[in-house]
Write a protein that binds this ligand. Sequence first.
Ligand code: BGC
Length: 762
Amino acid sequence: MSFVRVSSVSIELRALVLCGAAALALTSVSPALAQAAALTPAASVADARARADRLLAQMTQDEKLAMVHGYFPPLAERTPGAPLDQMIPSAGYVPGVPRLGIPALRESDASLGVANQVEQRKGDVATALPSSLATAATFDPSIAYAGGAMIGAEAHAKTFNVLLAGGVNLTRDPWNGRNFEYLGEDPLLAGVLAGEHIRGVQSNRIVSTVKHYALNSQETGRGILNAVIDEAGLRESDLLAFQIAIELGRPGSVMCAYNKVNGDWSCENDFLLNHVLKADWSYPGFVMSDWGGVHSTAYAANNGLDQQSGQELDSQIWFGAPLVAALATGEVPQARLDDMVRRILVGMIESGAIDNPVPATAQTIDYATNAQVSQHAIEQGAVLLKNEGDILPAARTARRIVLVGGHADVGVLSGGGSSQVRSVGGAPVEIPLTSGAAASFARTTWHASSPLRAIQAIAPDAEVTYVSGDDAAAAAEAVRSADLAVVFAVQWTTEAQDVENISLPDGQDALISAVAAANAKTVVVLETGGPVLMPWLDRVPAVLQAWYPGQRGGEAIARILFGEVNPSGRLPITFPRSGDQAPREHPVGMDALRASEAAAASNPGAGSSAAFASFDVQYPEGSDVGYRWYDLKDATPLFPFGYGLSYTDFNYGGLTVEGGQTVTVTLDVTNAGDRAGIETPQLYVTAENGVRRLAGWARVALQPGETRRVTITAEPRILAEYDTALPGWRIAAGPHAVAVARNAIDAGLTGSADLTPRTIKP
Ligand code: BGC
């Protein structure tokens, strides 16, 4: 049996990504970021292992033991002897070994910027990126890289050397509360962009994680649920996203998830940690637990967990005294402890964090420059969903513009939970939670980027006003004689909770309908965690999906609405037509959770009798996640994966398809309109079960009338089926149906490829 070595696959993939990125001129990136882009990992794996071994040989047993469990600073005072004077309020702290030059790990969340949940560090602001879904919607690895490089630089300037970034769980359900932190439903897109984001973070010589490994696909009951899936399906979906992200990004650490996978907790899952991550993928770094995700000592250590994070959140310090006892009995071999420490050191050495001391105090940050990185990401990642009669871009001749709802007078919404950035300018609206799993660490928070002020600035001759939308009739009255009405519809989502359904909350559907009935020129701007249903879609001529648009969302939205930016985002997730189209209609376990909450509320003394018990979540769709599920079920979504409009038009022609080791397509892409724009032709290959899979894409900037010949090469593992008997990836001879299309359901240009049958190692 012949295997292609994964390293060569990853080099192919990296070359593909870098060439794609280089083909586009990236604007608004500071010289520091451009310089960071040239950096490569600080050390090879072999050198890192050799240096780690030299350090390990000099460490005492106590020094080793201190490195495998970390404090949760907000609760660290509970632990006797905690070095409180060394910590600042943040996610984590693990002491170093100063006499050997091993720095402490100073950990902060996360993917959207240096987080500061519920303003635990008073007055400490940072630059907030838009939702990761917005970054995914750019389909642009260089934007993912730039965002990572920027937030990593801020993290280091704020005295952190570990950023808990790199969230890459696939969107399996549209109601998942954390979808906004992830990169959508496709393993190739999510994996490539997560890898580039991580590479960007680590270009600052700090450690990034990739998380949450694996299948933390819903928040309801995340700490008690068991995700059930078949191995091949898992390998071809969520695990493939992690695998690609790790190959490209080489993160120093992998964070395991809260949930169980096929019966074992993720953080003590021999299959996930030892078998797949460390053996099959040869991952050299360390596995850190999610905060409060550890359930044992010897079982967890022997099954692959290297470090217990946020120890005060677990029921005990499993890797403290109990680990000493387990080493004494031999239940955990000394060699395993050495391996845990070696891996932590390798993560620090390979990323360069070991030789890059954090400043003693927080450094000044050029927030104005960094805000451009965030603005660029949302300008490229907002998705124009509808634009009937070319109502957009809005005419600068409009005299009266009325904005409705969403606190668009003062800011833009952000998502909640550990990723929450306290952004520059503070929070003009902040609503505490009174109940729910997120209540202790989340507030509904708006960033100070006012669409109202941005639109006033861009349309200085117009009268631009705002009404709250609390009263639909009053809003309808206010827009009646306006030249343009823009409704800002919001859906807040947060870590630790799923949304009950994907309808816009708080009567906003009725508000949009009322406004649209009063004024035919109504545009809806959606600031949502993910897909929402749009019962009013037929009555509204234009819709812009702005995700949670980040630090400069107001400015970006204004520039898109008025045509200073031609929208180019493409959906990284399917938007369902109805709530029952997705594989699971509701968060599994939500009813039991509500019942237990109600029981606890009616009888506060009942204690554990009202407990919310462990349950299974079945993932029968396997790797047919998102658009693949719709294809399998022959269901037509509201908006498909890959979809997005532009203010110009593009044509495709002249397709050639080549087979062999992989699929390579070449085609002409033409900008047939009168505006410069960016097009994203997508290569889909049909799998054995008849379902299309995204195997590659290009992102092409074209002037009006310009044609470019574009080549897209498929990632080979997307062409394969995972064969557990082999074990590995198996590519069949074919013929394989190939399409280059605008989105997952567009027919596009079609062809066929014969492939050289081969296998690829897991
Ligand atoms: C989240 C992680 C986060 C950690 C530390 C957990 O609740 O799941 O994503 O990095 O907290 O804040």
